[in-house]
Ligand binder design. Structure first.
Ligand code: B12
Ligand code: SF4
Length: 444
């Protein structure tokens, strides 16, 4: 049996992340690792190479996020017209199962561990069930290392991504991670992981490892052990963390010593009320500046992410956020529009309040307005978001930001910022193309 695994790329995507951080999702490499070795396997990640329409396969598995669901469904429909059975998995079909079932033979809800081998056996026997769902979450020692050796499944040569734990206890209203992967952090065996990292580092010599956990430092003792094990490998790495990492000098010091060069931090908002309303209580805006200073003091750069359109945001939020980023020298600011993703409490609430105005999933990429904000118009929110990106990545502002970075780190950050500028230009062009938002001029 030949199985084809696909990660779809929508042609109209406005995701800036696709250019400045072109890291293929671990999802397919993980599903590949769960596939018995006697099955012929091929991966097509449309971010890496095009999907040939006549590709031969006996079964197709597609990984689906919300913003690429329309592309996933088009691929699924095309294969099914040729009589090839299709299985959909990932976060979107898990929460929109009935919708997904209109385009496929079976849906895998939740994590694929413990389920995928059964799907393959049923497909081989010609008796696929409609829905597969494992009982409970995968125990950490059953989470496999991703298989990047499968034909077509190549990783970004310079950045190797790896999950070390799943689950997040914070459980913010706008995020489905805690619903999907649970509220307890499930850490994989560190000795096995570090051995794997050692092998990959020796073989491929990547510039960076990207630990794609939701929050690498959520379990402090585990993080300490991990960082200490990484020190001899002399790596450069980046990851996601929450701001409480800055309260712990010794953890920061160990992270830096083990090669941490950048932390992706979700500040989300400068407004306390917003953070309580959306249950992101780990963040305390009055402590942001001090926390940033501490992280910077260890030579760690910050990719800081902000959400616009939260219920307490008013039209001055864009300028205030920009001033904050400049004053605090956030090396790589990122701006998202609040987006009610399937599976979140936010979507339930906005539906109840009658505030969802756009149900086209293609626009659920965090760069389009799909709901009615409380204290500004939709046009103001869209334009404010576009302006923030344009302003933050204008050459003058990049150079101003870079000038303040210590000289040792300036070169890398300069390149990263100008690559991001290209991505932002493309994103804004895409947004203009799809734009039904009049220029209000309120920011000018
Ligand atoms: C790392 C990461 C990134 C990285 C790396 C890119 C990438 N594509 O992975 C970066 C920062 C670039 C990124 C960007 C974006 N991301 Co992101 N990202 C993540 C994160 C933190 C981890 C993903 C991961 O590697 N997980 C590990 C793998 C193994 O788990 P998994 O994907 O869930 O796969 C399992 C199951 O879902 C299932 N499965 C998945 N696919 C399939 C397919 C088949 C056939 C089967 C059987 C099973 C199956 O089996 C797997 C093993 O159990 C997740 C949050 C999370 N914890 O999942 C968000 C997440 C996936 N991202 C999200 C979003 C919205 C985005 C962006 C759109 C944000 C933006 N505006 O830029 C972009 C899209 C870019 C892109 N091309 O994908 C959302 C998606 C929500 C949704 N409903 O679609 C998530 C869930 C975060 C959230 N807060 O809700 N992201
Ligand atoms: S936004 Fe971050 S902190 Fe909040 S639940 Fe999602 S992963 Fe956890």
């Amino acid at each position: 049996m030949k199985v084809l695994l696909v990660f779809p790329k929508p042609t109209d995507s406005a995701c800036a992340a696709d250019i400045f951080l072109p890291v293929p999702s671990n999802a397919l490499a993980t599903v590949a690792a769960l596939t018995p070795r006697n099955i012929d396997l091929e991966i097509v990640n449309e971010y890496m190479r095009p999907l040939r329409p006549n590709l031969r396969a006996d079964l197709v598995g597609i990984s689906v996020m919300t913003y690429n669901a329309h592309r996933a469904y088009a691929i699924a429909d095309a294969f099914r017209r040729r009589g090839v059975p299709v299985v959909l998995g990932g976060v979107h079909p898990t929460f929109c199962t009935d919708e997904a079932l209109e385009h496929c033979d079976a849906v895998v809800c939740g994590e694929a561990e413990g389920v995928w081998p059964q799907v393959l056996a049923d497909a081989q026997a010609g008796r696929l069930q409609r829905v597969y769902r494992r009982d409970g979450l995968t125990p950490p020692d059953e989470i496999p290392l991703p298989r990047w050796d499968v034909p077509g499944g190549g990783q970004n040569r310079k950045i190797k991504s790896l999950t070390t734990a799943r689950g997040c206890p914070v459980n913010c209203d706008f995020c489905a991670v805690s619903v999907f992967h649970g509220t307890r952090s499930r850490g994989m065996n560190l000795d096995v992981l570090v051995e794997h990292i050692r092998e990959v580092a020796a073989r491929d010599r990547p510039r960076f490892f990207f630990f794609v956990d939701d929050n690498l430092t959520i379990d402090r003792d585990r993080a300490v052990k991990f960082f200490d094990l990484l020190v001899p490998l002399r790596l450069n790495w980046m990851s996601f963390a929450s701001l409480d990492v800055a309260r712990d000098e010794s953890l920061l010091e160990r992270a830096a010593r083990s090669g941490c060069r950048m932390l992706f931090i979700g500040f989300e908002s400068l407004n306390d009320e917003n953070l309580s309303l959306f249950h992101k209580r780990v963040n305390r805006p009055d402590q942001y500046s001090r926390a940033i200073e501490r992280i910077h003091a260890h030579g760690i750069a910050i990719q800081g992410s902000f959400i616009f359109g939260l219920d307490q945001d008013r039209p001055d939020v864009f300028r205030r956020t920009m001033e904050f980023c400049e004053t605090n020298q956030i090396e790589e600011p990122q701006f998202n529009i609040l987006t009610p993703m399937p599976g979140t409490r936010l979507l339930e609430r906005l539906r109840r309040e009658g505030r969802i105005v756009d149900t086209n999933w293609a626009r659920y990429d965090m760069h389009h307005v799909v709901f009615e904000p409380l204290h500004m118009s939709r046009a103001q929110l869209q334009e404010g978001h576009n302006w923030a990106w344009k302003y933050a990545f204008s050459p003058t502002v990049i150079l101003r930001r870079i000038r303040r970075i210590p000289s040792g780190r300036r070169g890398y950050n300069l390149v990263a910022n100008f690559v991001q500028r290209m991505a932002v230009t493309r994103m804004l062009r895409q947004l203009r193309k799809s734009g039904d938002y009049p220029q209000t001029g309120f920011l000018l």
